[in-house]
Design a protein around this ligand. Sequence first.
Ligand SMILES: [Zn+2]
Length: 205
Amino acid sequence: MTALQSKWEELADIKDELAARDWFMGTSGNLAIKVSDSPLHFLVTASGKDKKKRTMEDFLLVNTSGLSVEKTDLKPSAETLLHCAIYDKTSAGCSLHVHTVANNVISEIYGNDGKIDFQGQELIKAFDLWEEDALLSIPIIPNHAHIPTLAEEFRSHIHADKGAVLIRNHGITVWGKDGFEAKKLLEACEFLFQYQLALIQIKSK
Ligand SMILES: [Zn+2]
């Protein structure tokens, strides 16, 4: 199996798992996985596909500018520039972006703060935060309709080889060294968001 085939399979498996969680409502969401460093090529989801189905047209190979490196009728996801920013600034190997009700509501409640903090939560260990008083701070950026503007703002919050950024009333993007780590971080974030929403509901009664 070539590197391209094995990365394709890895990303397709992640897509299936996230689809089983119903995290691709209305064809939303996009996923990417790095295939090579020089030249920097990565697979990204094709635009407008039903991500619950597994086909040979699910992904296409793009370059550091987010442009297809092969002749194809497929279009890269509209938000490919966010993935480009991650691979340009870090040595991450996989990046995942999903729209869920939980991440949207959290981004609206805490949007004016520009971030949401989690402390004293077991699952922040997914981000390698092991100290008892460790703090996970997830930035929340405005949802600019102009994707290059959104990508530029997003880029200013990429500081490490793994991370997460919320886009207000839009979704979350996480990245990690490989597919396993990126998925782990995404699941940890969604757990924390659901926990926070449940807590707010109980406290408001
Ligand atoms: Zn999106």
